[in-house]
Write a protein that binds this ligand. Structure first.
Ligand SMILES: Cc1cc2nc3c(=O)[nH]c(=O)nc-3n(C[C@H](O)[C@H](O)[C@H](O)COP(=O)(O)O)c2cc1C
Length: 211
């Protein structure tokens, strides 16, 4: 975990989660485990509590597995086939209006679904499961194969499983299978307006960037 040093005392779970590509093909994912991670996703916050996230899953070797795997680009297929489950995270692009039957374009459906995915990933990690999100898939084929209604946007397909040995990964991926680092907080966080550095002269400097 050499790339994972937090400058502030975040929850260990946040730092420990990372996206392996080395899933152990001998260890399946149980339906009950999927139930727990979907439950975590269900409790994500969303605008107006609309809860625009939807999940289509397939367990390896069971209904829908081959079809969902085939939607992935070849690179992702080369490793994600060892996962125990694939989950397509879908968001509803329109939201209910004030009058019955009225719908309007949602501003935040993808943002909300992203919150749900983050909770799902953290809950999975706490169960000993690894997750790896992918946007490397054929969007139009995905919509067709999964029979998505017209107002549903496939956001990502997530591989879920138990981490295994990187030795089984295709050439070139083995050495890349490690936790990654992050940009410094000063490069991401501004004070007052976009691009303005954090006020280092503030008497409360240590609150935000006191590293
Ligand atoms: C929305 C999304 C799409 C991604 N798409 C792919 C993908 O198609 N293939 C892949 O190998 N990794 C993919 N990743 C994994 C990211 O590269 C990875 O999350 C990032 O490098 C940070 O590493 P970490 O998750 O281990 O912290 C995706 C991640 C996210 C969140």
């Amino acid at each position: 975990m050499k790339n994972r040093v937090a400058n502030h005392p975040v929850l260990p779970l946040i730092l420990e989660r990372w996206s392996t590509r080395a899933f152990d093909p001998s260890r399946p994912v149980e339906r009950a485990e999927l139930g727990v991670i979907f439950e975590a996703a269900r409790w994500a916050p969303s605008a107006f509590n609309v809860q625009p996230w939807r999940f289509v899953f397939a367990l390896r070797g069971e209904t829908g597995w081959d079809a969902m795997k085939d939607v992935l680009i070849p690179f992702n297929q080369s490793w994600a086939g060892s996962a125990g489950a694939l989950i397509c995270v879908v968001s509803q692009a329109d939201a209910p209006g004030n009058s019955p039957g009225e719908r309007f374009p949602s501003y935040s459906h993808s943002f909300d679904a992203g919150a749900a995915w983050a909770l799902l990933a953290l809950q999975a990690h706490s169960l000993g499961l690894s997750t790896h999100a992918m946007t490397g898939f054929d969007v139009e084929r995905c919509k067709t194969v999964l029979k998505l209604p017209i107002n549903m946007r496939p956001e990502a397909i997530v591989a879920v499983g138990r981490a295994g040995s990187a030795d089984h990964l295709p050439e070139g991926l083995r050495e890349r299978d490690a936790p990654s680092g992050r940009q410094a907080i000063e490069e991401l966080v501004y004070e007052g307006t976009f691009g303005a550095p954090i006020d280092a002269s503030s008497p409360r400097r240590g609150d935000v960037n006191g590293v």
